[in-house]
Ligand binder design. Structure first.
Ligand SMILES: *Cc1c(COP(=O)(O)O)cnc(C)c1O
Length: 402
């Protein structure tokens, strides 16, 4: 049996052709494929705007800048996530406050968030970053209500959940990143995620002002939109009064302004071409992920060694399939011997040495810490074959049941 990783990309001949065509075009960095990818992605998740960026971490950083995180701000997130969900707050000098998870869903527990908010005067916290961990969509309708009560913004980390959704109080599907409940959402196109572009990320929003700000921040804080220019026309033109009939602006064609301290977080056109080509197959991949999840669920349901599992949940995008078990290290090593490379998601972020320096310690997040002791993510990707999945399942059953 070939090595079986926990996740992997799937590159087709069409994907390769799409990249090759773009490499032969006039654009290597941002070109026409960027806008095409953005428009297709916005329509996929149901948001008004999408902004392609160099990776998911850059997307988080730009979101924190655009929403205005500043030194001293307090922002709430979950400890069971990739560190970047929290780090974006630190990039802007803000303070990360962790709230414990719900042991059933593995998502940040709205009750623990409410408790935090009620324990301090209003205005103590500025925002919350819920994470659709493993692909399970956070109930953002409930979080929006809570956020409005306490005057908070929401940045949704949907890196695990493109195509995922929750059912709102009216019975409607609400897709992750659709911009209805959170000001901003982010996605990643790292190869283990649903859609791969090498490195890559996307921000979605329904807010035009945030959209314009993000476009600027993505490229050094520079704008070429003359309706936004702050310097005088006279300054821009110099003393020269010559104008060109073919250039229908009073501003010279070279003129641009750097108005904010931005970054170079652009995606290349050939990465956008790859992402766009992959996006066309996203729904197919999602269907396959759900099949795999169902098969794991049925194989493990009722087994005495199972303490919990991702289960079969409507709207779950199944970036990961997690089971909770005793003797996790034993199983992990046993699987490795059989060439199955399961993974642990995640070591609680509050217990990383970097975050311990702010006073976080063991015992602070009992549910997250208990979850971490037992969790293991099983191979989950669309090209996992039935035979491979059966091998994974049988190897786990034989480890526990002999
Ligand atoms: C992958 C991931 C990120 C970061 O994305 P990159 O593209 O790797 O920078 C952020 N948050 C979560 C939950 C992720 O899984």
């Amino acid at each position: 049996m070939n090595p079986i990783p926990y996740g992997r990309q799937h590159i087709t001949e069409d994907d390769i052709q799409a990249v090759v065509e773009t490499l032969k075009s006039d654009y290597l960095t941002q070109g026409p494929k960027i806008k095409e990818f953005e428009d297709a992605f916005a329509s996929y998740v149901g948001s008004r705007y999408a902004i392609a960026v160099s990776n998911g971490t850059a997307a988080l950083h730009l979101n924190a800048l655009a929403i205005g995180v500043k030194p001293g701000d307090k922002v709430i997130t979950t400890p069971i996530t990739f560190a970047a969900s929290a780090n974006c707050v630190r990039y802007c000098g803000g303070e990360v406050v962790f709230a414990d998870i719900d042991p059933e869903t593995y998502l940040v527990d709205i009750h623990s968030v409410r408790k935090l908010l009620q324990a301090s005067p209003k205005g103590t916290y500025q925002g919350i970053i819920p994470v659709d961990f493993a692909g399970r969509a956070v109930d953002l309708e409930a979080f929006r209500e809570l956020a409005d009560e306490f005057g908070l913004w929401i940045i949704q980390d949907s890196c695990h959940s493109p195509g995922g959704y929750f059912i709102d109080s009216k019975g409607q599907k609400q897709h992750c990143g659709n911009g209805k409940f959170a000001e901003l959402a982010i996605f990643s196109f790292h190869p283990v995620k649903h859609i791969a572009s090498g490195e890559g990320g996307m921000i979605t929003t329904n807010d035009e002002n945030l959209y314009k700000k993000l476009l600027m921040l993505r490229t050094h804080g520079i704008t070429r939109d003359e309706s936004l220019f702050q310097n005088s026309l006279e300054f821009a033109r110099g003393k020269d009064n010559f104008s060109l009939a073919s250039h229908n602006s009073a501003f010279p064609a070279w003129y641009m302004e750097m108005q904010e301290l931005g970054y170079n977080y652009r995606l290349t056109d050939f990465q956008a071409a790859l992402g766009l080509s992959q996006l066309k197959r996203a729904d197919e991949g999602l269907v396959r992920r759900k099949e795999i999840a169902k098969k794991y669920y049925e194989a493990f349901q009722g087994q005495s060694f199972i303490k919990g599992q991702s289960g079969v949940v409507e709207g779950h995008a199944y970036h990961l399939y997690v089971i909770e078990i005793e003797n996790r290290l034993g199983l992990y090593n046993y699987l490795r011997e059989k060439n199955i490379f399961a993974q642990i998601h995640y070591i609680p972020v509050h217990l990383m040495p970097y975050y311990r320096q702010f006073g976080w310690e063991e015992g602070d997040m009992p549910n997250a810490e208990q979850y971490y002791k037992n969790c293991i993510s099983l191979p989950m990707y669309p090209t996992l074959t039935n035979e491979e999945q059966e091998f994974v399942i049988n190897t786990i059953l034989s480890f526990f049941n002999g």
